[in-house]
Ligand binder design. Structure first.
Ligand code: B12
Length: 235
C-alpha cells in the first residue's frame, strides 16, 4: 500500500522539484513531548515533503507565470500550497490531510516540527546541540539544523501529507544519512547556522550535488515585499 501511494506522490511531485519521504506517525511522536504529538494513531502513513533547489525553476516560475493576473501574496507558500493540495485529486478515494511548515496552533506552537519529521523519515539528519559533546555555547540558545546528503542545507521542509485511513504497521524505518559525522564539523555547522545563517555557509557544510542558483539566492535574500519585482511581477 505504502509503495503505491509513494509511487504516485513521486510521480506527481518529483517533476516539480519536491522530494517525498514516508514515515509512520508513531516514529515522530515517539521522540516528542505530548504537546507536539500529531493526533493520529501510531501506524498512520505520513510523508514529509522537501523542496529541492530545482523547485524554483520547475514549480515556482511556472506557477507565478500562470497566476500572473491573480493576486499573489507569498509566491513560494502559495505555490507549495497549490501543489501539495492538488495531491488530494490523485487520491479521490482517500482522505489526505496536508500541514504546511508555516502553520501554527492556537497555542502558537508550530503544527508540526519539520526537522524532527525529516529526521525520522530518513530524509535529512537533524543535528542538535545534544549531538555535540564538548559544547562551547554556555547559556546561549542553539537551534538545530537538518542536513540533506545530496543538497546539504540547500533545501526546505515544506509540509506533511497524512493518510489517516492508511495504516502501515510493517513500514520499515531507514535512518537518515549522518553526513556531518565528526564532532568538529557538527560544532562548526551549529555555529554557522546559529550565528552566520545569513551568509548561507552552513548550507555547504558538506560537498553538495546541487545548490540554489544565483537567481534563487538573490530571491530568498530579498525582503518579501521586493521579491515580486524579481519574478517580473509589479506590486
Ligand atoms: Co526557522 N527554520 N529559521 N526559525 N523555523 C525552520 C526550523 C525550518 C525547518 C523551516 C523550513 O525548512 N521550512 C528551517 C530549517 C531547515 C533545516 O533544518 N535545514 C528554518 C530556517 C532555514 C531558518 C533560518 C535560517 C531562516 C530562514 O532562512 N528561513 C533562521 C536560522 C535560525 C537562526 O536564527 N540562526 C530561522 C529562524 C527561526 C526563528 C525565527 C529564530 C524561529 C525559532 C527557531 C527554532 O525554534 N528552531 C524559527 C522557527 C519557529 C521555525 C519553525 C517554524 C518552527 C521551529 C520550532 O518552533 N521548533 C520551523 C518550521 C517547522 O518546524 N514547522 C522553521 C520548536 C523546538 C522546540 O523544536 O528545537 O527541534 P526543537 O526541539 C524538539 C526536538 O529536539 C525533539 O523534541 C523537541 C520538542 O519537544 N527531539 C528530538 C527531542 N529528542 C529528539 C531526538 C531526535 C532523534 C529527534 C529527531 C528529535
Amino acid at each position: 500500500m505504502e509503495e503505491r501511494v509513494a509511487e504516485r506522490l513521486h510521480g506527481a511531485l518529483g517533476p516539480l522539484g519536491f522530494e517525498v519521504h514516508a514515515f509512520k506517525v508513531g516514529w515522530y511522536n515517539a521522540v516528542l513531548q505530548p504537546a507536539f504529538h500529531l493526533p493520529y494513531p501510531d501506524d498512520t502513513l505520513a510523508f514529509v515533503v522537501l523542496s529541492t533547489p530545482s523547485m524554483f525553476d520547475k514549480a515556482l516560475k511556472p506557477f507565478v507565470n500562470k497566476e500572473r493576473l491573480k493576486i499573489i501574496r507569498d509566491p513560494v507558500d502559495q505555490c507549495v500550497s497549490h501543489h501539495l493540495s492538488s495531491v488530494k485529486e490523485i487520491f479521490p478515494d482517500q482522505k489526505v490531510d496536508v500541514i504546511f511548515d508555516y502553520e501554527i496552533l492556537p497555542s502558537r506552537r508550530p503544527k508540526f516540527l519539520a526537522q524532527t519529521a525529516a529526521h525520522v523519515a530518513g530524509a535529512a539528519y537533524y543535528y542538535q546541540r545534544k549531538d555535540v559533546k564538548l559544547d562551547p555555547w554556555g547559556e546561549k540558545k542553539i537551534f538545530g539544523v537538518c542536513i540533506h546528503p545530496k543538497y546539504g542545507g540547500w533545501f526546505a521542509i515544506r509540509g506533511l501529507l497524512l493518510f489517516p485511513d492508511v495504516q502501515v504497521p510493517f513500514l520499515e524505518q531507514s535512518a537518515p544519512v549522518d553526513c556531518v559525522s565528526t564532532e568538529e564539523k557538527r560544532t562548526e555547522l551549529l555555529e554557522l547556522f546559529n550565528f552566520h545563517w545569513q551568509d548561507g555557509r552552513y548550507r555547504d557544510i558538506i560537498e553538495v550535488k546541487e545548490r540554489y542558483s544565483e537567481e534563487q539566492k538573490t530571491y530568498f535574500s530579498t525582503p518579501p515585499a521586493e521579491r515580486f519585482r524579481l519574478l517580473g511581477l509589479t506590486r
